[in-house]
Design a protein around this ligand. Sequence first.
Ligand SMILES: O=C(O)C1=C[C@@H](OP(=O)(O)O)[C@@H](O)[C@H](O)C1
Ligand SMILES: C=C(OP(=O)(O)O)C(=O)O
Length: 460
Amino acid sequence: MRPSVRPSAVESALSAHAAPAKLIARPVDRLQGRVRAPGDKSVSHRSLMFGALALGETKITGLLEGEDVLATAAALRALGAQVDHEGGGAWRVRGFGVGGAREPDNVLDLGNSGTSARLLSGILASHRFTSFMTGDASLRRRPMQRVIVPLSQMGARFEAREGGRMPLAIVGTDEMVPIEYRLPVASAQVKSAILLAGLNTAGETTVIEPEATRDHTERMLRHFGAEVRVGPAEGGGKRITVVGWPELKARDIVVPGDPSSAAFAVVAAAIRPGSDVTVENVGLNPLRAGLYDTLREMGADITEENRREVGGEPVADLRVRGSELTGVEVPPERAPSMIDEYPILAVAAACARGTTRMLGLAELRAKESDRLASVSAGLTVNGVSHEMGADTLFVHGTGATPAGGGTVVTHLDHRIAMAFLVLGLASREGVAVDDGSPIDTSFPGFAHLMGALGARIEAA
Ligand SMILES: O=C(O)C1=C[C@@H](OP(=O)(O)O)[C@@H](O)[C@H](O)C1
Ligand SMILES: C=C(OP(=O)(O)O)C(=O)O
C-alpha cells in the first residue's frame, strides 16, 4: 500500500491563508506572447470527486492546483480517499467507491469554494453519518438552501444558520429516495449535488433543468461508467437521469484549460489595440463559451487554432489581436454559459464604444461576493459610467481609455480582483485591488502569466 501522503509543499503554500495583498496593475501599451490556460476548475473538482467515488486508481493530469480544488482534495481525504500529488498537475486518486465514504472526524473546511460545498453535500447526504461543513467569510454567506431543499426531499437532514448558510450539519442516510427535481435556479452545482446523491440511491434520480448549465458532471459520470440519460423535458429544457448504484471504475482524466481563467488574458489582449496573444489549451465546451461569442459580437478578433478534444471536452488555442470593441446586448439566456465571466466582460465593455447591456444577472449576487455590486463599485471608483439594476448592468463605454486610478474592494472574490487588474492595464492611471490573495483560489500564477505577456501587476 502507498503511504498516506502529507500535503505537498505546493498545497501547503497555496492553502496558507495569505494576508490581504494589495496589488496594482499599471497601464501597458499592448500585450504579446503565448501562454497556457491553467486547468479547468469545474473539471478539476469533479475529477477528484469521481476518482474518489470509483474503485481503483484514477490518474489525473493538468489538475488545477488552486485553493478551491485543494479544498476538495482535503475533504475527500477526510472521507477516506487516497489523494496523492505527484507533481506538475499530475495526481492519483484511489477511491472508496459509491457509498463507501467514511465519517469525517472533523469539520470540513471548504475555504472559498462554492463548488466544493454544493457538490460534496450531495455525496455526504447520501451516506449514513453526520458531517459538518464550513468555509471562509465569503462561503459562509452563500446560499445552501438550494441544495438543502432537494437533498432533504431525498431523505437527508440539515441544520444550518439563518437562511440556509454555513456552517452546516448534514445528517446523511444510505436510504435516499430517488426524486424528480426541477431546478428553480440555473445551477450546475445544484444539478450536480442531486446527481451525486443519486449515485448512492436505489432507482433513478432525475433533474430537470429549464436552462442548460455546464454538463461536466454528466460527461464525467459516463466516463466513469454510470448510466446517464439526457433528453428533452416537457415544457422545455433538459431531463437528466442517473441510474443509482453503478460501479464506477477508475479512469484516467486529462483536465482541459479553463475558459473562465483564459478570459482574463483574452480580454486584456482584445482591449489593447496592437496586442497579439495566444492562449493555449482553452476548454470550449459550448455551455461555457458564452463570453467568447459575446466578445466576437463586440468585434474582438479571436481565432481558434489547433481545435481538438482533451478529456472529452472541445479545446482550442485562442489567438487574440487587439482591436476596437463596440457595445452589444447580452441576452439573459446566455448567462449560464458565461456566468463567471460578467466581471471581465464589464471591463471589456468599459473599453468599448457604446453601451453594453447585460441582462438576467440575478445569480451574480450569490457568488463569492455580490458580483453586481462589486463590479458596479469597481467601475465607479475608476470613472466608468454605468447603471446597475436588480439583475442588469449597463456599461456606457466611450471608446476612450478609462481613467482608472481607483482601488477596488475585492470582498474575497478572485474574479473581481483579476477583472479589475485587467482594467488597470487598459486605463490611464492604473487600477489597484485591496486584496489580491483570493486569486490563488482559481488562478495561482495569474500575475506571473500576465507578466509573460508584458503586463505589470505588482504589490502596491
Ligand atoms: O458547477 C460548477 O463547477 C460551477 C457552476 C457555477 O455555479 P452555479 O452552479 O452556482 O451557477 C459557477 O459559477 C461556478 O464557478 C462553478
Ligand atoms: C463562482 C465561482 O466559484 P464557486 O461557486 O465554486 O465558489 C467562480 O469561480 O467564479
